[in-house]
Design a protein around this ligand. Structure first.
Ligand code: GLU
Length: 445
């Protein structure tokens, strides 16, 4: 049996860190198991699904490097759903109901007032043929409900352990709207059967759906997949993520220069027993993926974690990987420059600021300091190297009697114009002898 999983977003919006987590976890499990990852667009909602959102989802997944083995759209597969619906009708599991939304609302209010659960009372099941003919004669069109078995449905969830949901506590789910449109439930089950999905990995907001879906699946004679429902991501203060989804859309993270592996690292590890750490490759993340590591409490997300991970990933990047991007920014200096500055960058663009500091004329930020005078006189002969810094500053200290900040601060300020930054010993050779001497004299150089 080949592990086959699916990521099934609806193209009714952009992906954000909340729903992208399903993509990451499914993908990692597929990769780890040598299995297949299906991208399925749940686009049965014709009013809300758009081509733009569909393309956006593909762009976002490509950015995360989560490639798929198969791509399907539910809108191409209506024939399958119709056929399944017919079978359910024949088996007496799909029945027409004629209540309007208003009527159902009123009924629910009455049930609540009597302290009863707002479960559909199955009034439609007692309609006679004449009743139906009369209702249709009045111009009503039926919606179609799946008749639940009203028994406990149990499964062993890879995250939650043993789960039991009594479908007597649920309303018979509407599978087909009165305009003939399939709602999410039936197509999802039909596709899971047809595409031989072995594991359904999704958020715990689907746990109740799962009970009904298992019944539908069994009514259609399908083999049960294994289910894994992970807890939702919430904000740092426990509130639902939906409030800040704008800033946490993959599109906006990409625009903010966040490294896609920061997103993958976070989504793979958040809410698990592993630390959230920057990982450079999906293969590493796949290697230590395990359902048992996923906790039972909501996963708390601090959006600044993404920035921190992204920055740490930048520091870990070998020169060869960033060389094209540095060249595109107009940054020179090759590997020595990268090694000098990488630990001080929050984003790659900042490399350009440091490149300008070492390679372009700099307005003096300080002049006339006695340290600078001594420094100019004591600069070692010949070409400067990383090893020049230590003997040089020792000599300046000996000549001036200064040490610590009194010694190093004026040097840094004169040579870089900044209070802080990369290690001076590494910058020194990059700035070069002529410029160093001129800057020590307080000249623009
Ligand atoms: N389209 C559904 C969603 O985005 C898919 C859920 C599932 O994985 O079955 O919530």
């Amino acid at each position: 049996m080949t592990v086959t999983v699916r990521f099934a977003p609806s193209p009714t919006g952009r992906l954000h860190v909340g729903n992208a987590r399903a993509a990451v976890l499914n993908w990692l499990f597929a990769r780890q198991s040598g299995g297949r990852f299906v991208l399925r667009l749940d686009d049965t909602d014709r009013e809300r699904s758009t081509e733009d959102f569909a393309r956006g989802i593909e762009t976002d997944l490509a950015w995360l490097d989560l490639n798929h083995d198969l791509f399907v759209r539910q809108s191409d597969r209506f024939a399958l759903y119709t056929e399944a619906a017919e079978r359910l009708k024949e088996a007496g599991r799909l029945y027409p109901a004629y209540e309007t939304a208003d009527e159902l609302d009123r009924r629910r209010l009455r049930q609540r007032a009597r302290g009863q659960p707002p479960v559909y009372d199955r009034a439609a099941l007692s309609l006679t043929n004449e009743d139906r003919a009369r209702l249709e004669g009045e111009g009503r069109k039926p919606h179609w409900r799946f008749k639940l078995n009203q028994t406990p449905v149990t499964w062993r969830d890879l995250v939650r352990g043993d789960v039991a949901i009594d479908t007597a506590t649920l309303s018979d789910p509407v599978l087909i709207r009165e305009d003939g449109q399939f709602l999410y439930t039936l197509p999802s089950v039909v596709d899971d059967i047809d595409l031989a999905i072995t594991h359904v990995i999704r958020g715990e907001d689907h746990v109740v759906n799962t009970a009904a879906q298992i019944e539908i699946l069994e009514a259609l004679g399908g083999a049960r997949p294994v289910f894994a429902h992970y807890p939702m991501i919430v904000g740092a203060d426990g509130e639902k993520l939906s409030k800040r989804l704008g800033s946490l859309s993959l599109e906006s993270l990409r625009e903010d220069g966040i490294d896609p592996m920061a997103v993958n690292s976070l989504l793979a590890k958040i809410g698990t027993s592993d630390p959230v750490e920057p990982r450079r490759t999906l293969a590493e993340l796949a290697a230590d993926f395990a359902f048992e590591k996923i906790g039972h409490a909501p996963a708390r997300l601090d959006p600044d974690d993404l920035k921190r991970l992204s920055t740490r990933l930048l520091h870990l990047k070998p020169f060869a990987e960033v060389a094209p991007a540095l060249a595109a920014l107009g940054v020179g200096g090759g590997e020595p420059f990268w090694l000098a500055v990488h630990d001080n960058l929050a984003t790659l663009d900042q490399a350009l600021d440091w490149w300008r500091i070492v390679a372009e004329p700099l307005d003096p930020a300080i002049s006339g300091d006695p340290v600078l005078l001594a420094a100019g006189q004591l600069l070692p002969e010949g070409e400067l190297a990383e090893t020049s810094w230590q003997p040089w500053t020792k000599a300046i200290a000996a000549a001036t009697g200064l040490k610590g900040r009194d010694l190093f601060h004026p040097l840094r300020l004169a040579l870089t114009g900044r209070e802080q930054g990369p290690e001076m010993k590494k910058l020194l050779p990059l700035i070069g002898r002529e410029r160093v001497l001129a800057r020590l004299r307080g000249q623009r150089a």
